[in-house]
Write a protein that binds this ligand. Structure first.
Ligand SMILES: Cc1cc2nc3c(=O)[nH]c(=O)nc-3n(C[C@H](O)[C@H](O)[C@H](O)COP(=O)(O)OP(=O)(O)OC[C@H]3O[C@@H](n4cnc5c(N)ncnc54)[C@H](O)[C@@H]3O)c2cc1C
Length: 497
């Protein structure tokens, strides 16, 4: 017999013992250049700003600081480190409340939920939320990409820059765009043996170089940096191969060989041009993707821009998204670089101060003028660079049937294609059917390739295929942090006698 046993709800549920709820004018998510500039601008106008970052220290990606365990001589630190150090010092000396080692795992309305330790959850209610969550290396699935020794360029950069460890003894830097060049030059600077750099785009034409030069006023530092990277590679005798792309990585137990090939302007391999290079490390630098999980979670409107890493949130001139109270700054709104991130953060911080009534809109307009002028110049320069390094559609054609696309759940391309053959209409359907995108990284590694396969199967452009849906917690979270404490042992709902 089955009897209904209604649960006892007489006593109230209690939140975890270490739950706190606070209120701030502004909460800024991300302690990179954009987030730090936003928090500083808001606090300088008198707003009470909290700056949250999941890493142990501020700085974000490019202004990342060395571990306190290292003592690095002045000359070895690099300009990014020094700029970051000064900016971090300014934030720490300001009234900004800094919460490091603190991950944002969910946003509901204007409530930002953070986890500070295994079991300490905080809800920060804010008038304005500024999302400045940065970007991550664009994943590139190809046969052999899961072999040990194949890493992202950002990973290689962190190993060399922060830990002074070379990714290997014979390193191939395979990628596209100025960041890939900078990674290679940086690795070389730290003494790593980069044996070759492959660039998927064609050698720039005279017209493209002239376009970049015309966009350079106000961006001379960036141009100088780019030339310095090229000169450094040349000086170290590192060959730079244009129109060349990684095809496969091979080896027993770890990477031993890279198979590269000449590609056309769409990054499609030219038959018969394959070449084998002996390596023990491959760093992949095919651009970056915006960390848009939080903007998607908030329901912000997005548009597709392959050049800027995929789905990017729409913003107005104050960095306001389509959702009232949610602003977006820096690379998570499309890859623009550190200098633009600082200016966007500054403008967003001023907008937040206006929203909290700490400064008038007129005053904020005056304070934002210089940053806005620089942003227009950055934009011109970025467009010229984009014309020089157009992303090719061949990016999505490297994997073969047995290539693992979702690394977390080990789902291969053939499994994804088999799921699509059942008539699944979208990426979400593929996720449910195959578990691709359900693992630890929540689709950051496989999401674009799955979308590309959906687009291919439907004969549509990738820009018309929505990403996997995003759900909290967007960062791994201990159950103890969100478990609700029950007042007393509950009886089962249904008992079978
Ligand atoms: C791998 C990589 C390497 C790069 N190397 C260079 C380089 O060599 N030179 C160069 O000029 N530019 C480089 N860039 C680009 C440069 O880092 C960016 O243009 C710039 O840092 C953008 O600043 P940002 O503040 O928007 O993001 P970031 O500097 O990336 O900062 C974002 C911050 O948000 C935090 N965050 C994200 N999500 C959460 C969350 N849910 N909860 C809490 N905190 C969160 C992150 O921990 C991070 O600290 C690189 C970018 C990447 C991704």
């Amino acid at each position: 017999m089955i009897r209904d046993m209604t649960p006892d709800t007489s006593s109230e549920l209690r939140m975890p013992a270490r739950f706190r709820s606070v209120r701030r004018d502004v909460v800024v998510i991300g302690g990179g250049p954009a987030g730090m500039a936003a928090a500083l601008a808001a606090s300088q106008c008198g707003a009470h700003a909290a700056l949250v970052d999941e890493r142990p220290s501020l700085g974000g990606q490019v202004y990342k600081q060395f571990s306190p365990a290292f003592q690095v001589a002045d000359g070895m630190q690099g300009a990014g480190y020094r700029r970051g150090r000064d900016m971090i010092a300014a934030v720490l000396a300001s009234s900004v409340e800094v919460l490091t080692d603190t991950a944002v795992w969910g946003i509901w309305g204007r409530d930002v939920f953070v986890c500070r330790s295994e079991d300490e959850v905080q809800c920060i209610h804010a008038d304005t939320i500024i999302i400045a969550a940065g970007a991550y290396d664009r994943p590139l699935p190809f046969p052999g990409w899961t072999l040990p020794g194949v890493i992202t360029a950002g990973g290689g950069q962190s190993l060399a820059k922060v830990f002074r460890v070379a990714p290997g003894h014979r390193i191939l830097m395979a990628g596209s765009g100025p960041l890939s060049l900078s990674f290679a030059a940086e690795l070389k600077h730290y003494g790593a043996n980069v044996i070759m750099v492959t660039e998927a785009c064609r050698r720039p034409t005279a017209a493209a170089v002239w376009g970049l030069f015309r966009a350079s006023p106000g961006n001379w530092a960036s141009l100088r940096e780019g030339i310095a990277y090229l000169a450094a590679l040349h000086a170290h005798g590192v060959p730079l191969r244009w129109s060349t792309m990684i095809r496969r990585a091979e080896g027993r137990g770890r990477v031993e060989r890279a198979i590269i090939a000449k590609v056309d302007r769409h990054w499609q391999a030219i038959p018969g041009s394959e070449e084998t290079v002996d390596v023990d490390a491959i760093c992949l630098g095919y651009g970056l993707c915006p960390s848009n999980e939080l903007t998607r979670l908030c329901g912000c409107a997005h548009g597709y821009d392959e050049q800027r890493g995929g789905w990017v949130p729409w913003r107005d001139e104050w960095m306001r998204s389509s959702v009232p109270g949610v602003l977006v700054a820096g690379d998570c709104a499309g890859i623009s670089g550190a200098a633009a991130a600082v200016d966007e953060g500054h403008v967003a911080g001023l907008a937040a101060a206006v929203a909290s009534g700490r400064v008038s809109a007129d005053r904020a307009t005056v304070l934002a003028q210089r940053a806005r002028r620089r942003l227009r110049r950055h934009q011109r320069f970025r467009k010229a660079l984009d014309a020089m390094y157009p992303v090719g559609a061949g990016l999505y054609d490297l994997a073969n049937e047995s290539t693992v696309i979702c690394r977390c759940e080990e789902v291969t391309l053939s499994e994804i294609r088999a799921a699509l053959a059942h008539g699944l209409p979208d990426a979400q359907g593929v996720k449910v059917f195959t578990r691709a995108g359900m693992g630890f990284c929540q689709g950051r590694m496989c999401g674009r390739q799955v979308a590309a396969e959906v687009a291919r199967a439907a004969g549509r452009p990738i820009s018309s295929v929505a990403s996997f849906s995003v759900r909290p917690p967007i960062k791994p979270l201990a159950i103890a942090a969100v478990a609700v404490e029950m007042p007393e042992r509950r009886r089962p709902i249904v008992r079978l006698d």
